[in-house]
Design a protein around this ligand. Structure first.
Ligand code: NAD
Ligand code: UDP
Length: 314
């Protein structure tokens, strides 16, 4: 369907900026709402000449200023551990109050609303790969809890609004996503490794680097979000790339693709850092006909090219 009024909270971030671009291409009118705390207006600067694009500076901890949408993608929340730990109370407020405000805006608009949830709701998982039926293994009082528990409460709120008010909700459980426009100081592993490799600085593996993640390229993820929004699926859906790689293996790919001579060094493993993570995407495949199409090497090449254009190389 073309011509919808769409709100993207957190639209100036990594995923949000690619989503805004995609929705405009699909013929929708897009309002991007962001407080630019971990995102940046430059990420959507090229979209500002588009007549169907609007940018609003706003903090989702406050009620949303406008309520006449058909679709709301609720992404506003810092996603990098470095960012969400900086002010953990604000992270909880963003998750709880932000979700309430997105849901209230959806109710007032009669809009469908999608939550950008996360694989972190599975915590340090004891079930592998992670299926949506798994309830998770989350530390409620650790340094990651502001994000993990915040997102778990956000999922609770979305489901309670559906039960209590018949709000039309979707929940995407997003696994590690990367791509062009990652902040250079984002703190997440892909941008850290690519910046270090391009600058000939040491690549720091936390722990022994044997922990795993499964990295999804941002355009694949955006395709999954759009399909989920338009599908009749009420349960949470995992969206991620099931190709699992150790962090040591990721470093090796980055070194090879940048032809870098950076040395590998080790740093302490952050508390509660999940040991293994890989999505079971059977539900997304069956219900959305979705699976990722961009390989890790292809995605890393595009990300490296983007970061190389922004970072100062020695
Ligand atoms: P990001 O940090 O690049 O984007 C988040 C955006 O939200 C930023 O533009 C930021 O300025 C904005 N924001 C943060 N707090 C806000 C507030 N209080 N009010 C208004 N705007 C606010 O992160 P991302 O990778 O694009 O993640 C987007 C969403 O997807 C987040 O909700 C995140 O939790 C979720 N997610 C991302 C990943 C991933 O690996 N990228 C994985 C799982 C879930
Ligand atoms: N990591 C690392 N070096 C870095 C940044 C991260 O070894 O410079 C590790 C981190 O300990 C984790 C993995 O890479 O095991 C992914 O970290 P990221 O912060 O990107 O995402 P998350 O932990 O939220 O999956």
């Amino acid at each position: 369907m073309r011509g919808q009024q769409v709100l993207v909270t957190g639209g100036a971030g990594l995923i949000g900026s690619h989503l805004c671009e995609r929705l405009l291409q699909d013929g929708h009118a897009v309002t991007c709402l962001d407080n630019f705390s971990s995102g940046a207006a430059e990420n959507v600067a090229p979209l500002r000449t588009h007549e169907a694009f609007r940018l609003i500076e706003h903090n989702v901890q406050d009620p949303l200023p406008q309520t006449n949408f058909d679709r709301i993608y609720h992404l506003a929340c810092p996603a990098s551990p470095v960012h969400y730990r900086k002010d953990p109370v604000a992270t909880v407020r963003t998750n709880v109050l932000g979700s309430i405000h997105a849901l209230d805006a959806a109710r007032a608009s009669g809009a469908r609303v999608l939550l950008a949830s996360t694989s972190e709701i599975y915590g340090d998982p004891q079930e592998h790969p992670q299926r949506e039926s798994y309830w998770g293994h989350v530390n409620p009082i650790g340094p990651r809890s502001c994000y993990d528990e915040g997102k778990r409460v956000a999922e609770t709120l979305f489901c309670d609004y559906r039960r209590q008010f018949a709000t039309d909700i979707r929940i995407a459980r997003i696994f590690n996503t990367y791509g062009p426009r990652l902040r250079l100081d984002d703190g997440r592993v892909v941008s850290n490794f690519v910046c270090a490799a391009l600058q000939g600085k040491p690549i720091r593996l936390f722990g022994d680097g044997g922990q795993t993640r499964s990295f999804c390229f941002v355009t694949d993820l955006v395709e999954g979000l759009v399909r989920l929004m338009e599908a009749d699926v009420k349960e949470p859906v995992n969206l991620g790339n099931p190709t699992e790689v150790t962090i040591r293996g990721l470093a090796a790919r980055v070194l090879a693709l940048t032809a870098s001579k950076s040395e590998l060094v080790h740093g302490p493993l952050p508390e509660d850092d999940p040991v293994r993570r890989r999505p079971d995407i059977a539900r997304a495949q069956e219900q959305l006909g979705w699976r990722p199409t961009v390989s890790l090497d292809e995605g890393l090449r595009a990300t490296i090219e983007d970061i190389a254009g922004r970072v100062s190389v020695r």
